[in-house]
Design a protein around this ligand. Structure first.
Ligand code: BT5
Length: 280
């Protein structure tokens, strides 16, 4: 039997499925800043790793790295992001906002607001925003955002916003550990969608919120996110490492932390995972 080497295998992945077309993505853009330059790679380790390296070498604000497949897609805290070929969107955006480091959480919020605006018109049900970086459909994750930054003394040098959005992935594509946890636009609508168009829409909406953030300030984004997430007054269970916090959400503080009223008093958390069971 003929052995297939790794390079050949990469060539075969996603065969029969249409690849992203950066020129077509650009044709749908209405932006002035974001996505004017698109770096496309058919297969990549991680668009975030690639974008971080570009940014370190001085790549300008707005450049987007997009790929049809990631071999080492990353989530927060070294978790993996499942990234099968030619089904979904894997994109990282390089930003150089002149803001203080503690405003960085807003980039995840505005990214989720952009995803929300892209997926809502496609769906029959309303998507949900889950703190800190998820977009869910009927309790299952359709998108996640990973923010990575480099900073000078107080202000940011650059930030990379990585967005994974599940588009045409089918139920049977999902590995066992993501069944019942993840979803895609196809799984929800039973229709295949143009990834070029969705990617462009995502960039257009991202710029809309990014400019709002720069022009109107961080509070506007935080408040918009908080309203859409309908988070106030909810009973939450939050897992932060070994620690489990149960309480009622009082909203976000100015740094994007989740304020939770518990039996022991008020706690503010900046990392952790809300239990999906209490979220829909
Ligand atoms: C995230 O992390 O949700 C951030 C994901 C960011 C991915 C993008 S893709 C483009 C860019 N390049 C990268 O390398 N990364 C970014 P977190 O909140 O830690 O969630 C990770 C968890 O989501 C995993 O532990 C799984 O449970 C689940 N998960 C993994 N892959 C998924 C997928 N494709 N769809 C839905 N859930 C997934």
């Amino acid at each position: 039997m003929k052995r297939v080497n790794y390079a050949e295998k990469l060539h075969m992945v996603g065969e029969g499925k249409e690849a992203l077309n950066p020129e077509r993505i650009k044709a749908y853009l209405t932006t002035t800043k974001i996505g004017r330059k698109i770096v496309y790679r058919r297969v990549i380790e991680s668009t975030n790793t690639y974008a971080l390296n570009l940014a370190k070498r001085g790549e300008e604000e707005g450049t987007c790295v997009v790929s049809d497949m990631q071999t080492k897609g990353r989530g927060r805290l070294e978790r993996k992001w499942f990234s099968p070929p030619n089904e979904n969107i894997y994109m990282s955006i390089i930003l150089r906002p002149k803001v203080l480091q503690d405003q960085i959480y807003n980039l995840a919020f505005l990214s989720c607001l952009a995803v929300y605006d892209v997926v809502k018109p496609i769906l029959e049900s309303e998507p949900a925003l889950k703190w800190p970086n998820d977009v869910l459909i009927k309790g299952k994750k359709v998108s996640g955002t990973l923010i990575e930054i480099a900073h000078g003394s107080e202000t940011l040098d650059f930030a990379v916003v990585g967005i994974g959005l599940n588009v045409n992935m089918e139920e049977e594509d999902l590995p066992q550990d993501l069944k019942g946890v993840a979803t895609s636009l196809y799984i929800e609508t039973k229709k295949k969608h143009s990834r070029d168009l969705i990617c462009a829409n995502l960039i257009n909406n991202f710029e809309k919120y990014y400019l709002k953030f720069l022009e109107e300030g961080p509070d506007v984004i935080r408040i918009l996110w908080e309203e859409k997430a309908k988070i106030r007054g909810r009973v939450l269970t939050l897992q932060e490492g070994e620690k489990v916090i149960l309480g009622i959400c009082e909203g976000l503080n100015e740094k994007g932390g989740l304020v939770i009223k518990t039996e022991r008093g008020t706690e503010v958390v900046y990392t952790g995972d809300l239990k999906a069971m209490s979220w829909s």
